[in-house]
Write a protein that binds this ligand. Structure first.
Ligand SMILES: [Fe+2]
Ligand SMILES: [Fe+2]
Length: 274
C-alpha cells in the first residue's frame, strides 16, 4: 500500500494567482505531474484541505478538472480556506464526501491500512475545532477496527509547532479530547495534517504526528513571535506513506521539482567498506 499525502493546494479560478504572487494552479498541476511520474504509482491520494483558496465554485471546478488527471482514488478533506458545503456539493461523486450528513469526513480501508479523514473546519475561522459530535464519530470509527493500523488525517495540526502565527490558528478546540481519543486507540500509527505549509513532526498522544509541506507556497520558518507570517517558494513537496510488513508504515518525502541527477554511486578507491 502506497499513499501519497498532498496538502494546501489553494487552487484559484482559472487564470488567477493566490496572494497575487502564488501561481497555485500551476503549482498544483506540477504536483499532479509529480504524482503521475512516480513508479510505482500510489494506490490512493489524500489531500488534507485548503484544496482551494476561497472555497468558490469556480475554484472547485478548476480543482476537479485538475484532479481528473489522477487515475487512483483521491480522498479529500476541507481546510479553513474551503467552504464545506461547496466541497460536499461539487465533489459528491468523490469517495467519502457524501458519507456524513453534514461534515466532510469519512473512513476507508486501503489494503492493510485504515484511513480516517476528519473535518476540523469552523466556518468563518482560520483555526480548527473538533466538537463533541466529530469526536464521537472518530471514537466510533476507531473502535470498529482496533487491530488495524490506522492513519488519521485532518487539516489543522493538534500540536504546538513554535511558528506562532500558525499556532494561533491550529486545532484550538477539542484538542485535549482528541488527544485522549487517539491515546485510547493505539492502532493509530500516524496523525497527518496540513495547514502549516512546512514539514513538521512531533510525538502526539503516543503516536507520530506529521505535517506535510504544501505543494504550492511554503510558510517561512520563523520561530520568533510576530503578528503576521510570510510565505516563500522553498521546494514544494509531499509525503509518501508506504506499508511494509517488516516495519509497518514508513514515511518518505517526495519533491515536486526535479533535481539534478540521478548519478551512479561510482565507488571511490579510498572507500573503507568492503
Ligand atoms: Fe493552507
Ligand atoms: Fe489552512
Amino acid at each position: 500500500m502506497l499513499l501519497a499525502h498532498l496538502t494546501d493546494l489553494h487552487v484559484r479560478p482559472h487564470g488567477l494567482a493566490a496572494y497575487r504572487t502564488a501561481e497555485t494552479n500551476m503549482l498544483t498541476e506540477r504536483a499532479i505531474d509529480a504524482v503521475l511520474a512516480l513508479d510505482p504509482r500510489p494506490d490512493a491520494v489524500l489531500i488534507t484541505g485548503d484544496l482551494t483558496d476561497n472555497g468558490l465554485p469556480a475554484e472547485y471546478e478548476n480543482l476537479k478538472r485538475m484532479l481528473s488527471r489522477l487515475p487512483m482514488p483521491v480522498w479529500l478533506i476541507p481546510g479553513n480556506h474551503d467552504r464545506r458545503e461547496n466541497l460536499k456539493a461539487m465533489f459528491a461523486d468523490f469517495p467519502g464526501l457524501s458519507d456524513h450528513p453534514h461534515f466532510a469526513q469519512w473512513a476507508t480501508d486501503l489494503g492493510p491500512v485504515r484511513l480516517v479523514g476528519l473535518d476540523t473546519v469552523v466556518p468563518g475561522s482560520g483555526a480548527g475545532r473538533l466538537c463533541a459530535e466529530r469526536l464521537a464519530w472518530l471514537e466510533e470509527r476507531l473502535a470498529e477496527a482496533p487491530g488495524k493500523p490506522t492513519i488519521v488525517a485532518m487539516h489543522h495540526p493538534a500540536f504546538v509547532c513554535g511558528i506562532h502565527h500558525m499556532d494561533r490558528i491550529s486545532l484550538l478546540e477539542g484538542t485535549a479530547e482528541f488527544e485522549a481519543v487517539i491515546r485510547r486507540h493505539p492502532q493509530v500509527v500516524r496523525v497527518l495534517a496540513g495547514h502549516h505549509h512546512r514539514p513538521i513532526q512531533a510525538l502526539f498522544a503516543g503516536t507520530l504526528a506529521m505535517v506535510a509541506p504544501s505543494v504550492a507556497h511554503q510558510v517561512v520558518l520563523d520561530l520568533n513571535d510576530k503578528p503576521a507570517g510570510q510565505f516563500n517558494f522553498e521546494p514544494a513537496a509531499f509525503h509518501l506513506h508506504l506499508w511494509t510488513e517488516t516495519s509497518g508504515l514508513v514515511s518518505h518525502t517526495a519533491y515536486v521539482e526535479k533535481a539534478a541527477g540521478p548519478f551512479p554511486f561510482l565507488r571511490d578507491p579510498d572507500y573503507p567498506g568492503a
